[in-house]
Design a protein around this ligand. Structure first.
Ligand SMILES: Cc1ncc(COP(=O)(O)O)c(C=O)c1O
Length: 280
C-alpha cells in the first residue's frame, strides 16, 4: 500500500501495520519524542522476562536474588551516568512520574517551610501540570518567561525568588527548541539561597555529559525511551545531603519499590536495560 494513503489520512497507521504493511522510505527525525530500542539493550533485557523473572523484593531463593542483583547493578550503572551514588537513584515509570514525585512530593512534604515555588513557561507538561495542581492547593507559583533565544536566564530566576521560595524547577534542555539552560548557574543561586533545585533533564541525560558532582542540582529527572531504552522506565536522582530532602510518596500501598518514594513492584527487566543503556 503506498505511503501516500497514510499521509492523506485515508487509513490510520495502525490499520496499515495490522494488515501487514511495512512503511518504507521513512526518515525519522523525532528522537526527542522517542527512540528505537537499541538491539544491545533489548538483548540484555530479554532473559529477565523469561529466565530470571523472580520478584527482586522476595528473598531466600536464587530466582529472586538474581533479579535483585540485576536491579542493583542497574542502579550503579545509572548512577555512574550522572556521577551520582547508587543510593541516590530511584527508578520510576518515566520522567513524568519522576517530575511529579520531585515537584508534588517535595512541596507537599515541605509546605511548612514556605509556599512559593518557581518554574518557567517552557517546561514540559509533566512539570507544568504538577505546578498548576499545587497552585490550586494554595502554593504561589512564579512562571519565569524565557528570553528571546528561548533560554531561561539566571537573572529572571533570581528576580522570581522570595524569602518563602522552597523549590525551583527548570529543565536542562527544551524538547522542542533544543535550547540548553544555564543549569549550573541557576543551581548555584538556589544553593546559595538554600532553595531546593529540581531539573527535568529528560532531554539532557545520555546526550550531554552531566556530572551532578559539579552542579548543585538537588533532584534530577530522566527517562529511558529518549536514549534507546524502552518506554515505561525512568529515574529520579535525589541528592543525599543534610538536612535530608524530604519527599512524600504520591502512591500508597505495596512499599517494595524504591525505599518509600514510589510504591509498586520493580520491573527488573526494564531496570536492567539501564545497565546496557548506560554502558552504551
Ligand atoms: C523535557 C521532557 N520531560 C519529560 C518528558 C516525559 O517523559 P516520559 O515519557 O518518560 O514520561 C518528556 C517527553 O517527551 C520530555 O521531553
Amino acid at each position: 500500500m503506498p505511503v501516500d494513503f497514510i499521509q492523506a489520512g485515508l487509513i490510520d497507521n495502525l490499520e496499515f501495520i495490522e494488515k501487514g504493511g511495512v512503511m518504507k522510505n521513512i526518515v525519522y527525525l523525532d528522537n526527542n519524542a522517542t527512540t528505537r530500542v537499541d538491539e544491545r539493550v533489548l538483548a540484555e533485557m530479554l532473559p529477565y522476562f523469561t529466565q530470571h523473572y523472580g520478584n527482586p523484593t522476595s528473598r531466600y531463593y536464587p530466582l529472586a536474588e538474581t533479579a535483585k542483583k540485576a536491579v542493583e547493578i542497574s542502579r550503579v550503572q545509572c548512577a555512574k551516568l550522572i556521577g551520582a551514588k547508587p543510593q541516590e537513584i530511584y527508578f520510576t515509570s518515566g520522567a513524568t512520574e519522576s517530575n511529579n514525585i520531585a515537584i508534588k512530593g517535595f512541596c507537599l512534604a515541605n509546605s511548612n517551610k514556605g509556599k512559593d515555588i518557581v518554574t518557567s513557561l517552557i517546561e514540559y507538561r509533566s512539570v507544568l501540570d504538577p505546578f498548576k495542581e499545587l497552585e490550586k492547593s494554595g502554593f504561589s507559583v512564579r512562571y519565569v518567561r524565557p528570553d528571546h533565544y528561548g533560554k531561561v536566564s539566571v537573572e529572571a530566576i533570581e528576580e522570581a525568588l522570595t524569602e518563602n521560595t522552597i523549590l525551583v524547577s527548570i529543565m536542562f534542555a527544551n524538547n522542542e527548541l533544543g535550547t540548553i539552560n544555564p543549569i549550573d548557574k541557576i543551581a548555584e543561586i538556589c544553593y546559595r539561597k538554600n532553595i531546593i533545585f529540581h531539573c527535568d533533564a529528560t532531554q539532557g541525560v545520555g546526550k550531554i555529559p552531566i556530572d551532578i558532582r559539579k552542579i548543585a542540582v538537588d533532584m534530577l529527572s530522566f527517562s529511558g525511551h529518549k536514549i534507546y531504552g524502552p518506554k515505561g522506565i525512568g529515574g529520579l536522582y535525589i541528592r543525599k545531603k543534610t538536612p535530608k530532602i524530604k519527599v512524600q510518596p504520591l502512591v500508597n500501598g505495596g512499599g517494595q519499590r524504591n525505599r518509600k518514594i514510589n510504591k509498586g513492584r520493580l520491573d527488573h527487566s526494564r531496570d536492567w536495560q539501564f545497565i546496557a543503556l548506560c554502558a552504551i
